[in-house]
Design a protein around this ligand. Structure first.
Ligand SMILES: [Fe+2]
Length: 171
C-alpha cells in the first residue's frame, strides 16, 4: 500500500493542526496507536501502515465515518456542497472496504481525545453530541460487527491492546 512516510505523516498532521487546532489532533494520534496495536496481532495487516492511516484518518479517510454504507448515517455537521456530497456517496457505494478501512472505523470509535474507551461509551457520547437518527442503531451494529471480526482474527479482546481503557471509560 502506498502511504506517506512517518515523517511526512507527522508533518501533515501538524500542518492541519495549525489550520484547525483542537482535540481532534490528540484523538488522531491515539487512534494511530490503537490501529498499530491491533494490527500487530492481525495476520493481514502491517502495524506501521495501520499507524499512518490512523494518524491521518480525520484528514485523509473518506471511509472512516461510514461503517454503515449510507451517508445518511453520518452524525455531525455536513459542510459538503452538493457536488462533494454526491462524490462521497458514489465513492462509498462502490468501494469495497479493506481490513484497513474497517480497522480505522473501529479505532475511530474507540478513541477519545483523552484516551481509549469502551465502544459503547464512545458511540453514546457521539449520539449525545451530534444526535441520532433512524440509521444510528444499524451503524452501531456495523461497528460491533467489525469489532467481532477483528477479535476473531486476533484471538483476544481488542481492549487488551488499548492501554488505559479502564481509566478513560470510567472518567
Ligand atoms: Fe476520528
Amino acid at each position: 500500500m502506498n502511504v506517506p512516510s512517518i515523517e511526512e505523516t507527522k508533518r501533515l498532521l501538524s500542518e492541519a493542526e495549525k489550520l484547525n487546532p483542537g482535540p481532534w489532533i490528540n484523538h488522531s494520534i491515539l487512534a494511530a496507536d490503537a490501529a498499530r496495536n491491533i494490527a500487530s496481532y492481525h495476520r493481514d495487516l502491517d502495524p506501521e501502515i495501520a499507524y499512518i492511516l490512523g494518524y491521518l484518518h480525520d484528514i485523509g479517510s473518506l471511509t472512516h465515518s461510514f461503517p454503515l454504507k449510507n451517508l445518511d448515517s453520518y452524525s455531525g455537521n455536513n459542510d459538503c456542497n452538493a457536488e462533494e456530497f454526491d462524490f462521497i456517496k458514489k465513492y462509498i457505494a462502490r468501494v469495497n472496504y479493506s481490513a484497513y478501512d474497517e480497522l480505522i472505523q473501529l479505532c475511530d470509535a474507540l478513541t477519545t481525545p483523552k484516551g481509549f474507551c469502551l465502544l459503547e461509551k464512545r458511540l453514546v457520547d457521539v449520539g449525545l453530541r451530534y444526535g441520532v437518527n433512524d440509521l444510528t442503531v444499524l451503524k452501531w451494529k456495523a461497528t460491533f460487527e467489525i469489532k467481532r471480526k477483528f477479535e476473531d482474527v486476533i484471538g483476544r479482546s481488542i481492549y487488551e491492546l488499548l492501554p488505559g481503557v479502564d481509566e478513560t471509560t470510567f472518567l
